[in-house]
Ligand binder design. Sequence first.
Ligand SMILES: *Cc1c(COP(=O)(O)O)cnc(C)c1O
Length: 493
Amino acid sequence: MTKTIFEKSIPGRKGAILPQNDVDIDINDCIPEKFRRKSEVKLPELSELDVMRHFVELSQKNHFIEKGFYPLGSCTMKYNPKSHEAFVRSSCLMDLHPYQPEETVQGALEILYELQNDLAEVAGMKNTTLQPVAGAHGEFTGLKIMKAYHIAKGNHHKNEIILPDAAHGTNPASVALAGMKVVEIKSNSKGMVDVDALKAAINENTAGFMLTNPNTLGLFEPQIEAIAAAIHAVDGLMYMDGANMNPILGVVHPGKIGFDVMHYNLHKTVSTPHGGGGPGSGAVSVVEKLEKFLPYPMVNKVGDKFILDFSHKDTSIGKVHSFYGNFAVNVRAWAYIKTLGGKGLRRAAENAVINANYIMKKLAKVYHIPHDHTYCMHEFVATNEWQKKRCFENLGDKEKCNIKTLDIAKRLLDKGYHAPTIYFPLIVHEAMMIEPTETESKQTLDEFIEAMIEINDECINNPEIVLNAPTNTPIRRVDDVKAVKDLNVRFVW
Ligand SMILES: *Cc1c(COP(=O)(O)O)cnc(C)c1O
């Protein structure tokens, strides 16, 4: 175990020399007695080098994209260009204050204005808000806009959102948060929307349909136009969860195939290091009839000046975040789009699809891939079924061969890979969702495929290795449930 920074402390060792205090104030005058420290604070005493080594060592115990392949399905853990990090950290952007007068932040507003427009173009829709700061937050914003549309028309009864059981987990949660009712329909045997079930669920109260597309199985929904026609027939609205835009960027424009509103996960699709809860940007694009409900302010251009436009305040759903959302994430998204351009975005999408299909085809011989399909989009879902079965056929011991998807994921850690997303989507038993992204080379994909094939052999011939994995990570298996229910992160020195 690594020692904590407190345990590494050596009394008297110093890492910094502070200048002499030349401010003439008596601390007793400004801090009330009850807030004053009664005893000396215990801080670790270390040199600069000790501290550097400590944190670098800790960071290396973690997994990150610069360290290794990170095929975490649905999360799009692509490599983010360092030039964009340098750009966003430049003082001309980072030293701005959100309360600065508009005329002093014209460049920053121009970036936001261009990003709004670029995202609207990619969506095939009219306009975009950059305020939401996460995918789920974008969903909430989009659903509020849908609700506002119905209320503006006097249709207060329209409060049901239909969604398939393959939906990303945040979808039903966002519907509930936006004050509407979830109506879930089953997917068909191919993992796609069952249009008959959808038609049966549509009624006067239908406010809209919400679709994760491509869905959580990595499949593009082929019946969108039929679905949109049925929903629009009752004046419902079509919402697209576009967190998975990565494989269709510049290829499919959701607004042109029947969607009225969508969110992006800019932190996934157009780059920002993410994971661990943030920061993100869940920009929302809408078609013309929904534009007036967007959060305020929007960035607009009047003549050659960029302004914060509050003119639709009366019809807007209001603000969903302070100022302009996560500015730095939006700047990275802008840099990514401007660097690649329209053709580049499309190429990134195509490469994401090719990479996922390459792994899927190579692994289809050894891993069970349900919802039998000839190709996938940016990700695919496999299971542990064959490993369990083949192990039993070989060793004849049910207990020894009780290999779970969790075990396969843990074994991948031993081989230096981040595990795929596991046990999601819920509609696949023991799911393992693999998304390579476009930034990986064929060599990396081949090495990963090789590791997965090795694990398959281990499952069949030597399952203990897999059941006991991981063996060479800093911590073996953690008790996830205890960690959540009985969390204690205090360190007592
Ligand atoms: C990641 C993801 C979300 C949620 O995005 P957050 O930024 O984590 O809130 C929603 N839908 C899909 C399909 C996703 O992959």
